[in-house]
Ligand binder design. Sequence first.
Ligand SMILES: NC(=O)C1=CN([C@@H]2O[C@H](COP(=O)(O)OP(=O)(O)OC[C@H]3O[C@@H](n4cnc5c(N)ncnc54)[C@H](OP(=O)(O)O)[C@@H]3O)[C@@H](O)[C@H]2O)C=CC1
Ligand SMILES: Nc1c(N[C@@H]2O[C@H](COP(=O)(O)O)[C@@H](O)[C@H]2O)[nH]c(=O)[nH]c1=O
Length: 427
Amino acid sequence: MRSTEHDGKGASAPAVSAPAASAPAASAPAAAPSIEAAMRRAIELAANGPAWGVNPQVGCVILSPDGVVLAEGWHRGAGTPHAEVDALTKLSAASDAIGATAVVTLEPCNHTGRTGPCSEALVAAGISTVYFGAGDPGLRSGGGAGTLSAAGVRVHGGVLAAEVERSIHPWLTAMRNGRPFVTVKWASSLDGRAAAADGTSQWITGPDARTDVHLRRSRADAIAVGTGTLLADDPSLTARMPVSTGETEPTLYAHQPQPVMIGERRIDRTARVFDHPLPVIEYQSRNLHGVLADLFDRGVRSVFVEGGPTLASAFIRVGLADEIVAYLAPVLLGGPLLALGDIGVDGIADALPLTIVSLDLLGPDLRIVAEPVRGESSAVFLDSPVSSTAGTSSSTASTSPTSVISVTSVTPSTSDPKEHHLVHRNH
Ligand SMILES: NC(=O)C1=CN([C@@H]2O[C@H](COP(=O)(O)OP(=O)(O)OC[C@H]3O[C@@H](n4cnc5c(N)ncnc54)[C@H](OP(=O)(O)O)[C@@H]3O)[C@@H](O)[C@H]2O)C=CC1
Ligand SMILES: Nc1c(N[C@@H]2O[C@H](COP(=O)(O)O)[C@@H](O)[C@H]2O)[nH]c(=O)[nH]c1=O
């Protein structure tokens, strides 16, 4: 286990059992899990929470001084108890926490938001040692390790850090960059076309691939398309479950991504996207940094960009793509409508390096998940800082080149029930 230690003031570490693999014979008392095993369990528990929203998935396991699991908890979303508090409330007796160890995926929070600080709750409960996986990058929520140490709790950070970071990678990326995590997704033919020459593209990929897309939509905070796609496809942008036998209409996932339209052209209010259960956020702008800054301010931590090729290329060109999800169908379309256009690569030396995260066959289609290789020669993938003026939203189009976010906000209208979709949702 590689971890960093935050020394408490003279507090002694509780005994922690050996890994289960070295457990004695079955007749002996049950082997207590190791800290790493407890952290793996905490990662599993964290996954029970929602993948979307302003808060990350967090799991917690409380161990007795001799390493026996006393309680488990996880966070169920903004406004509900955090994982540590959830676990503390599951103890058979509150006094069990005295001298116990908390193993938690994320550094215990240090601030009062909709709930109180977990660092203080752990101290008040009598927890003597805390192991955590990833530090909390939040400006207000971070710093819990220091609070715990100052109160005499032994604190060890970085336990299974890589696994924990991977499990909440989008949220951590969003918090570190101060903008939502961006997935750029496309579906293309084997020869890289996103549409046939006449502009039709529904459907290139088959039902299994599209089911996967809808699942990913359901886990994202927002789904974004450019005005070109809105005009060409008139998409719904809802997250829909596969249609079961006997059903005529697909059922919507309980969690829907916030629909976002980007581009200077005005989209007619009869477009299907305005039937989305959530309000549409319309950015009459091409300033993607500004759009993301504004979305972040609204609590959006992940955006699923579903095209089209121009918008996808722009996100990549300005270094705002954190993940690529490409579905390749075993068909050839030929023609000019490529999945990507100008991404700022003029010569092979500028090619954008990617790391393949996964390769899967979904029915006849191939799904490739890839991430940009950061910190290498390609400056294009390096994130640009969000300008200080970005994030300023206004209800009218701005003409200032430094305040280029133009968020159109239309007052709800009684004459057109669809107009309410343009009112911004406040988190
Ligand atoms: N196979 C697939 O996965 C998909 C295929 N498609 C297909 O793609 C085609 C539409 O492609 P396309 O027109 O590229 O669609 P886009 O959705 O990419 O829309 C392009 C428009 O986005 C706006 N925009 C917003 N921000 C930027 C920016 N930073 N830079 C440039 N433009 C920006 C511009 O509109 P404005 O002028 O209003 O500012 C631009 O014209 C259709 O045939 C559709 O069927 C679409 C989506 C997915
Ligand atoms: N053509 C194509 C995709 N196209 C994307 O799906 C959008 C339609 O969304 P909706 O109206 O909600 O079903 C469309 O505008 C475009 O963004 N996606 C895919 O997985 N496979 C495909 O072959």
